[in-house]
Design a protein around this ligand. Sequence first.
Ligand SMILES: Cc1ncc(COP(=O)(O)O)c(C=O)c1O
Length: 360
Amino acid sequence: MTPIYQTSTYAQESPGKHKGYEYARTQNPTRHVLQTNLAALENGKAGICFGSGMAAMDAILRLLNPGDEIISTNDLYGGSYRLMTKVYERFGVKAHFIDLNDSQLLEEKINKNTKLIWVETPTNPMLNVIDVRAVCKIAQKHDILTCVDNTFASPYLQTPLDLGADIVVHSATKYLGGHSDVVLGAIVVKDEQLAEQLYFLQNAVGAIPGPQDCFLILRGIKTLHLRVERSCKNAKKIAKYLQGHPKVGNVYYPGFKSHPGHKVAKEQMRDFGAMVSFDLQHDVFEDAIKVMSNTKLFTLAESLGGVESLIGHPATMTHASIPREERLKVGLTDSLIRLSIGVEDVDDLIDDLEKAFVFL
Ligand SMILES: Cc1ncc(COP(=O)(O)O)c(C=O)c1O
């Protein structure tokens, strides 16, 4: 097993002559193995790890300068929205949030200041699918970088660099770790110059992960295929169950033929993922609270991608930083419930939901 190099510094041969490692903010052997592993998983050239998914995203946004603009999907992780609007806007970086599947709108929004297109697919929590190839084609025409947040799919289901993206970012806290026991972020790129800039930021800013956490992600990755395969299988059954339930309103799952992104998902993903969102008939906030307070197997918690199933309320939890009128525009209603389906027995999971619906 890759050892956990729990050290802050490394003995040097003579002044100025080290053995490849000088100081642990700059390099760490456990981190190095993880970075190489992630680069391979995403078919990239370089992996660069950070203390969290947000720290990884922050490093990407630090590539920009005041006056630069970002075009992002209008349905994205609340923390990503917050970083762009509450932090980077203060430094003169402007973000626009649009439907990235609307190519005409995307072309209209692009101007000489546009430097980055931020894609998240499938999106959180509405499970919209963005056509990565189509977005990258437009971006390349205008010499703009495209970054894909691949957290929801994991590299097992989707490899955005193969679809034309320049940068892939992960909250490795989710599927890569897979056991809800570590927070870590990762970037993978294929361009060496871009990699150098990001390694520079990793060291210069210093938002690095610890070696123990790198070890845990490495261990998680060993079962990524098994976990994701089983979770996807469970999700398929649960989505169908929800669709047929009289107390459920809309069910959002890219595996449905009726899902607007189904065709694209089939082309760019190897399966449809293990995230399912749904809202309730009559969209009453209190009803959603009743369901979420009465599941026993689904744990009420933020996050996703672990072996254990989680249930969450985006409006008050992960997406609380997005104004209500903004979230309603994209279908993120008051009763929307998000499920991260794990690897448990699927009939037990369905039974758990069935019992919670009785409280409505
Ligand atoms: C899609 C997505 N991107 C990024 C993040 C941020 O990652 P972290 O919590 O590891 O900082 C999250 C966290 O929930 C996420 O869901």
